[in-house]
Design a protein around this ligand. Structure first.
Ligand code: XMP
Length: 514
């Protein structure tokens, strides 16, 4: 995609780095994140129109903290330093950064800030607004050539600028929503300082990506494991558009999908002339899972069986030239991160390459963030329910029926889950809540319905808000909505006589029950 203007986001380990990159792209400018250790020659080869130094947890005056090749400052490319990035600018260009001695110079959270609107960064914006601060260090001396362009009650130098060289530093985080007009400041940097033209759009990406796939694939065969999730669906649509019948999508229907999901996926792809293979493997999976109640065992069985089914289908297709995967940009960035403790062994289709005969991998989404993948899906004409689909675990409903599985339990859960999802959408909460679903617990309890005693299952509702799914809070669903969901489920779904709402955050709980 290097026929677009390019902005470099140089990563110093801050927690909002991906957010910065997303904001830049939202402004219609293509950018990529590179580690601060990337050699300058490599960065130069990217030919950026501007550079953004991210925040980071370190103190710039320590030897051991991340630093840059000082030649970056004589390269002639505009730089915006955010938080640590601002201090790095100051430290390198003759200023002085020290640990804030008294609490008043340390700033965390929302801070009323005053801006110099003659500065290009703040041009056209209100002269006063809330900004989001998070810094313990203090710029004791501003480097030569820089002007102070923003201040707060506690801090005289919230932002600095050397407009001649195109260097700007802000102590606050313009990329977070708490900073009023923060995105407009980033936009100003891109358009007023770096000369951005705004040549990054999904329509354009679609065209370029299709052309690139065609060129790379030639008349070769492409194979894709389609799960029905957003990433693999958009990947499938893009490839279908690019290479049509050279593509085979294998959709393994393991019988652990939500209500109508299998049909919806099949329907969504019916408009493309490609080979769509839906494998009805419900019986096969349920037989393997019979009597199994331990969650990790379920995952393992499903993961292995999935690969087996896929492998059998792949054999029927014969040797393929390309295996396609719906890898997206956050996966690419995060794959460099160290191992976290394995809490649950997530089953994705990542292990496939070992089992399938192919020559190369094609990953047409590897430069896109999730919201861009959704946008691309829309561009390609995928239905909204597929494009906006919430995350769904590979093992599907098998880990939402606690304990051993039967088709009856799965059907009961499917009906209840569909009602919950319908009511959440009807209440307009589906875009606010990041993941919501029903869980069939293994607990039965006594109830009364009509004149009779019941002894039926307890259903748990789970709904969380989260940005990264690593931590999550339980969603504050209004009582009226919960009441409607509860009333409908106990009336419409036989076998359930009690509904509970899960009010635990993650940690200590996880999002899924198993
Ligand atoms: P937990 O339950 O670990 O879930 O808090 C975090 C996110 O991961 C999803 N999840 C899975 N995804 N295979 C997957 O592909 C799995 O085995 C799996 N288990 C959990 C979960 O739905 C949530 O979005």
């Amino acid at each position: 995609m290097n026929d677009h203007q390019f902005v470099l986001v140089l990563d110093f380990g801050g927690q909002y780095n991906q957010l910065i990159a997303r904001r830049v792209r939202e402004c219609g400018v293509y950018c990529e994140i590179k580690p601060y250790t990337t050699p300058l020659a490599e960065l130069k080869a990217l030919n950026p129109i501007g550079i953004i130094f991210t925040g980071g947890p370190n103190s710039v005056y320590l030897e051991t903290s991340p630093h840059v090749d000082p030649a970056i400052f004589t390269w002639g490319v505009p730089i915006l330093g955010i938080c640590y990035g601002c201090q790095l600018l100051a430290h390198n260009l003759g200023g002085k950064v020290t640990e804030a001695q008294d609490d008043s110079a340390r700033e965390y959270g929302k801070t009323v800030t005053y801006y110099d609107t003659d500065c290009k960064l703040f041009r056209g914006l209100p002269a006063e607004g809330v900004s989001w601060m998070s810094h313990g260090d203090y710029m004791a001396k501003v480097p030569e050539g820089f002007a102070l362009v923003a201040h707060s009650a506690n801090c005289p130098n919230v932002a600095i600028a050397d407009e001649t060289r195109g260097f700007y530093g802000v102590q606050f985080h313009p990329e977070v929503n708490h900073t009023e007009n923060g995105v407009a400041m980033i936009r100003n940097f891109l358009y007023e300082v770096c000369g951005a033209k705004g040549d990054w759009s999904m329509e354009d990406y679609k065209r370029t990506a299709i052309a690139q796939v065609r060129e790379r694939v030639g008349d070769g065969k492409v194979l894709l494991a389609l799960s029905g999730g957003v990433d693999s669906s958009v990947c499938a649509a893009l490839l279908a558009e690019a290479v049509g019948e050279q593509l085979t999508c294998v959709f393994v229907d393991h019988g652990l999908m939500r209500k109508n999901e299998g049909d919806e996926v099949e329907q969504a792809f019916s408009k493309w002339a490609m080979n769509f293979v839906r494998v009805d493997a419900e019986e096969r999976f349920l037989t393997k899972l019979k009597g199994v109640s331990e969650p990790e065992c379920k995952r393992k069985i499903i993961g292995e069986e999935f690969i087996r089914v896929f492998e059998e289908e792949a054999k029927k297709v014969g040797a393929v030239d390309f295996l396609a995967q719906g890898t997206i940009y956050p996966d690419v960035i995060e794959s460099g991160a160290g191992d976290a403790a394995v809490i649950k062994s997530h089953h994705n289709v990542g292990g496939l390459p070992d089992y399938v005969d192919f020559k190369e991998i094609v990953e047409p989404l590897r430069l896109l963030f999730k919201d861009e993948v959704r946008q691309l899906g829309r561009e390609l004409g995928l239905p909204e329910y597929l494009v906006m689909r919430q995350p769904f675990p590979g093992p599907g409903l098998a880990i939402r029926v606690i304990g051993d599985l039967t088709k009856e339990k799965l059907d009961t859960l499917r009906d209840a889950d569909a009602i919950f999802r319908e009511e959440i959408a009807a209440a307009g909460l589906d875009t606010e809540i990041n993941q919501y679903f029903a869980v069939l617990t293994n607990t039965r309890s006594v109830g009364v319905m009509g004149d009779g005693r019941t002894y039926d299952y307890t259903l748990a509702l789970r709904a969380v808000t989260t940005s990264d799914f690593m931590t999550a809070d339980w969603a504050r669903i209004p009582y009226e909505v919960l009441d409607r969901v509860s009333g409908r489920i106990v009336n419409e779904v036989p076998g359930i006589n009690r509904i509970v709402y899960d009010i635990t955050s993650k940690p200590p709980a996880t999002i899924e029950f198993e």
